[in-house]
Design a binder for this molecule. Structure first.
Ligand code: MSP
Length: 670
């Protein structure tokens, strides 16, 4: 029986449409899963959607839908996108499915019966964005995790005895040193746990969009408990058919983004320990994908849609870029320019060019059959050097890849591409191609065999990363289905004499400036149409600097333990007096006005959600307060470069901040 390998992505919230941040995690897992299959493992790859909780309930309300409608739609979008990209997940779990609900309740009963759940009262702050009970003091206090306003919750709740697991968790981190990867995350978690664990509230009674607590349906189970359990419910935990659970659990790698480390490295193993179930082998946290310096996220409005890149350059280009450009574990930036540059340099001019020149020459000079380097006398040291480089590449690539150092692994593989290119240029096969004598033919055969063999090796190694193009190159090499190739046996010399090549076609057409422009245009259009729901929600935030949620577009300020900020933090916000020059309604958006505001040194366009409170003509000439150093964002396709400050009475219309005395335009508020 072959060895099993189980890998999971986080399950994605359905309050946001999929973007390349989500694709990043899923692609990384898909790549690992593909490789493990080629290595002979019986591999199971799970992904899915996280569909309960307050966040989803509110997103549905804002979109005028029922939670189930919203979750059905967005979950299908995630799945549809993964299918379009031909990601090889084996199962897609939805937390609103019956099989999941059963499993979550079974886990609850087991932990309750083991004595780790009790009823108590919770009074404190809850961050809806993070779906997290936080140590923040007082109504409206900012969340220590994300800086957003928390809500006060007073409820009778069930609690999980997390405090009972502090020592056991520390023992786990010490005994299983690669339980949390990379090391920086392990250190963070260890110091969090060492600082003391309090029991965790694991039910909500003020929310109905969740899974009922067994025997007490007034309560629903805490959304993170519900979500984390997916990793076992998808395998049939709690059902009658536990064959998959028995076969694949515990997971080999659970991949997550760095912001959800605490849930996966503290709560999740504690739940499993409480249930007496085996723990996963490794939680691997990667960094964030940044766009224009900030984490790509719906709330920042700076996302890039995966579809744009699929339409522009295809899935392989995105996969290669993300794994080559971003050092896994660290944050990395995305830009269309960088994507196209990488694509051209490494794929079109690199691997694509190597494949087409090598295979075209074999077709031309050897009637499309792989020639064999027959005469030892015609071999040179450069041929031997290629063999050695290729062998070293296989070994180094394997080591780096298995440590999830994708970027370095690919660098090593592409060094081999560079080495073969150099070898071809120096050996000048085209000059030999015109000659008929035995020696020239034999030398030519050696050069082309060596090149094709090195090409085959890079293609096999790169297949999990760029599956589509490598499958084509493999076919052109006359080797059949690349997925069936036993990667663990890869070595020099497996390309057989006389192998008949397939039709040689280019795999990576070159991209140019127009590719970048067309992707940027698609992005514009895509944002305008598919994100309309989200913008609707964002519109509400725009007018209200008084509401702390409006600051969510910026990096959260560092907070002192009591929720106060330092004067330095306040000084980071640049507030200036501006004068409205132009004000007009935004087509198709009832709440938005487009303003042009004179700041003394420049005129800025600001889009503000104040249309219900102010007629545009009453604003022209009025002096207002503008936050001038906010990251620009798009609303209804219009760039808003600053935010107008207003008071936001609960349930009322926004009221613009203004002055009793006259103040010169451009004056800074401090
Ligand atoms: N639903 C929870 C996870 C529950 S798992 C039991 C959640 N969902 S999420 O939709 O917010 O997705 C989080 C995951 O998406 C991150 O952990 C990360 O894997 C991926 N990413 C979302 N945005 C990302 C970036 N900008 N960059 C990199 N990864 C990103 O949290």
């Amino acid at each position: 029986m072959s060895k099993t390998f189980y890998i999971t992505t986080p399950i994605y919230y359905v309050n946001a449409r999929p973007h390349i941040g989500h694709a990043y995690t899923t692609i990384a897992c898909d790549t690992i899963a593909r490789r493990q299959r080629m290595m002979g493992f019986d591999t199971y790859f799970l992904t899915g959607t996280d569909e309960h909780g307050q966040k989803i309930e509110r997103a549905a309300q804002a979109a005028g839908k029922t939670p189930q409608q919203l979750t059905n739609e967005v979950s299908a979008e995630f799945r549809g996108l993964w299918d379009r990209m031909e990601l090889t997940y084996d199962d897609f779990i939805r937390t609103t499915s019956d099989r999941h609900k059963l499993g979550v309740q079974a886990l609850w009963c087991r932990i309750r019966d083991n004595g780790y759940i009790y009823k108590g009262h919770y009074t404190g702050q809850y961050c809806v964005f993070d779906e997290l009970y936080v140590d923040a003091v007082g109504p409206g206090a900012p969340c220590p995790e994300c800086g957003r306003t928390t809500e006060t919750v007073r409820e009778e709740n069930y609690f999980f005895k997390l405090s009972a697991f502090q020592d056991k968790l520390l023992e786990l981190y010490n005994a299983q040193t690669d339980f949390i990867r990379p090391e920086t995350r392990r250190n963070e978690v260890m110091s969090f746990v060492r600082s003391g664990l309090r029991d965790l509230s694991v039910s909500r009674s003020t929310l109905s969009w969740g899974i009922p607590v067994p025997d007490d349906p007034k309560h629903v189970i805490y959304v993170w408990w519900d979500a984390l359990a997916n990793y076992i419910t998808a395998l049939g935990y709690g059902s009658e058919d536990t064959a998959k659970y028995n076969k694949y659990w515990p997971a080999d790698v659970q991949m997550i983004g760095k912001e959800i480390v605490r849930f996966h490295c503290v709560y999740w193993p504690a739940f499993l320990m409480a249930a007496g179930l085996p723990l996963p082998h490794k939680i691997m946290a990667h960094g964030w994908l940044l766009f224009e310096e900030n984490k790509m996220s719906k709330s920042r409005g700076n996302i890039v849609r995966t579809e744009t890149i699929l339409d522009g350059l295809g899935a392989d280009a995105l996969r290669y870029f993300l794994l080559r450009e971003v050092v896994f574990g660290q944050d990395g930036s995305f830009s269309f320019d960088a994507l196209v540059q990488r694509y051209n340099a490494d794929l079109a001019n690199g691997l694509g060019n190597l494949a087409s020149r090598t295979l075209t020459m074999i077709t031309r000079y050897f009637k499309g059959e792989v020639p064999y380097p027959s005469r030892a006398a015609t071999r040179t040291t450069s041929d031997g050097a290629m063999v050695e480089t290729a062998g070293r590449t296989i070994a180094e690539f394997n080591t780096l890849f298995d440590q999830c150092q994708f970027s370095r692994a690919l660098e090593v593989a592409w060094n081999l591409v560079g080495a073969v290119d150099k070898y071809i240029v120096e050996s000048q096969p085209w000059a030999l191609g015109e000659k008929e004598d035995d020696e020239s033919r034999s030398r030519l055969a050696t050069i082309l065999y060596t090149s094709a063999e090195a090409l085959r090796i890079v293609t096999a190694l790169a297949h999990p990363v760029i599956p589509e193009a490598t499958a084509k190159i493999w076919g052109q090499l006359g080797l059949g289905d690349i997925r069936k190739f036993p990667l663990s046996a890869l070595q020099w010399g497996q390309l057989k004499l006389g192998t008949k090549l397939g039709e040689v076609l280019p795999v990576f057409p070159r991209a140019d400036k127009s590719t970048i422009e067309s992707m940027q245009k698609m992005e514009e259009q895509g944002r305008r149409t598919t994100l309309a729901v989200e913008e609707e929600k964002e519109d509400k935030k725009v007018a209200t600097a008084a509401s702390p949620t409006a600051t969510s577009a910026t990096k959260p300020a560092t907070t002192e333990p009591d929720g106060k900020i330092s004067i330095e933090d306040f000084a980071k916000v640049e507030l200036r007096v501006g004068q409205v020059k132009v004000a007009e309604k935004v087509k198709g958006a009832d709440k938005l006005l487009r303003l042009e505001v004179d700041l003394g040194t420049e005129v800025r366009q600001v889009v503000a959600g104040i249309a219900e409170a102010y007629a545009p003509e009453t604003l022209v000439g009025r002096k207002v307060v503008i936050v001038v150093n906010l990251v620009p964002r798009k609303l209804r396709g219009l760039e808003s470069n600053g935010m107008i400050v207003a008071a936001s009475p609960e349930g009322g219309k926004p009221v613009l901040a203004s002055f009793l005395e006259d103040v010169p335009v451009g004056t800074r508020l401090k």
